[in-house]
Design a protein around this ligand. Structure first.
Ligand code: SF4
Length: 399
């Protein structure tokens, strides 16, 4: 993939499809693919820009080239037995988020990198405030060359550059795209959309999940107390918390479910909260028993339905196994959960809560959600959904 990104960057860097932009730009701003990918860029240039004097065919994206193939290839991820979803291809780090802006401004044009001017500095600050780092995210633009005078890109320019962004997204495989400003939002949602209507929803577009928010330059224009700044902050906070893509696997038998629980235990540690959901008979208890065995707990881990919570000791970490099934029928299940005092033992134990969805998430900002579904052929589909923390890194060896 690094090679493909580098090839695409070289192709974009020599593009002269938009005659006016090719004449007036200093550099083509390909974009930042994300962490650890600088080596993927042409000639090791961190911005991957080239001077305006560089050559080029003048033909724009070639229909036969990687970019010209557009969305046709590589979109989506196949879910096969035992396969992992949502990870980059081998050796290709999964990009947490991809931000899509409109076009390079004057400073970006000079530097050959996206979002390095005032708007970029604000974006960096807001990312930091939301607990993210610029180096962790991908940043690209709808068009790669600066429109003179910072005018809006024309529809033709956007259309000519479209295959490049399509191909970039295919390579980056973002789990969430943040469209910054109306041009980027319209690129995904159509020209009739408005920012006000598009905000506040996760849109499914061609298999991507997209949220819409203000461009940082709008936040600067309206000032620190303006509505765009507040909205941008809110949306970046949402993006920071947005779960990484789930990992899916198909398990053929109950024994496989137990064995997977045992393997999962190898990455669990004190302080972990695991929320287990799935219909009756899906295999939740088998998974819990496998986890117990993997933690080295000697006695059998049985369903705590009647006692609601049980503590198993004797392994390398205590396992608190709770069953919130009966709490789902009470008037205030969260108050009942509070009464269980699960937070008292959370730090020193692995806390596993069956039927806990919607009731125990407040116990920890970072938790692992596991959903098990049972198919007609008696196989189980297990989805691991990390919420914050370092779950994705820890789960990677299991996939
Ligand atoms: S904006 Fe895109 S399509 Fe137009 S010249 Fe630049 S790279 Fe080529």
């Amino acid at each position: 993939m690094r090679t493909e990104w580098a090839a695409l960057a070289r192709e974009v860097s020599s593009c002269r499809a938009c005659a006016e932009l090719a004449l007036t730009r200093q550099r083509v701003v390909v974009g930042d693919p994300g962490p650890g990918w600088a080596t993927a860029l042409p000639d090791g240039d961190p911005g991957s820009g080239v001077s305006n004097s560089s050559g080029g065919s003048g033909d724009g994206p070639d229909p036969g080239s990687a970019a010209g193939q557009g969305l046709a290839a590589g979109r989506g991820v196949a879910a096969g037995p035992g396969s992992a979803l949502g990870q980059g291809s081998a050796g290709w780090p999964a990009t947490r988020l991809v931000f899509v802006g409109e076009a390079p401004g004057a400073q970006e044009d000079a530097a050959g990198r996206p979002f390095v001017g005032k708007a970029g500095q604000l974006l960096d600050q807001l990312l930091t405030d939301s607990g993210m780092a610029r180096a962790e995210v991908g940043v690209v633009n709808v068009i790669k060359c600066r429109p003179p005078g910072n005018r809006r890109p024309s529809g033709d320019e956007i259309a000519r550059c479209r295959p490049y962004l399509e191909r970039q997204l295919e390579l980056l495989r973002p789990r969430l795209i943040v469209a910054l400003g109306l041009t980027a939002v319209a690129w995904f949602l159509g020209r009739r959309t408005t920012l006000a209507a598009a905000r506040g929803v996760v849109h499914e577009v061609d298999g991507y999940r997209v949220i819409a928010t203000y461009h940082p330059s709008a936040a600067i224009r309206f000032g620190p107390a303006g509505a765009p700044m507040a909205a941008l902050r809110e949306d970046l906070d949402f993006a920071a918390r947005y779960p990484r893509r789930s990992l899916h696997m198909r398990l053929s038998t109950v024994d496989d479910t137990w064995a997977f629980g045992r393997r999962l235990a190898s990455v669990l540690r004190a302080g972990d909260l695991v929320i287990l959901s799935g219909p009756l008979g899906a295999g939740k208890t088998a998974l819990a028993q496998g986890i117990g065995a993997g933690l080295g707990i000697a006695g059998e881990v049985t369903s705590p339905t009647f006692v609601i919570a049980r503590v198993h000791r004797g392994g390398r970490v205590p396992l608190v196994h709770a069953d919130a099934y009966r709490l789902g029928t009470v008037a205030d299940p969260r108050a009942e959960v509070d009464d269980l005092d699960l937070d008292a033992s959370l730090e020193e134990s692995v806390t596993l809560v069956e039927w806990g969805e919607g009731m125990v998430e407040q116990l920890s900002e970072a938790y692992l959600e596991i959903r098990i579904d049972r198919h007609d052929d008696d196989s189980r589909e297990v989805a691991l959904v990390p919420h914050a923390g370092d779950w994705s890194t820890r789960l990677a060896p299991l996939c």
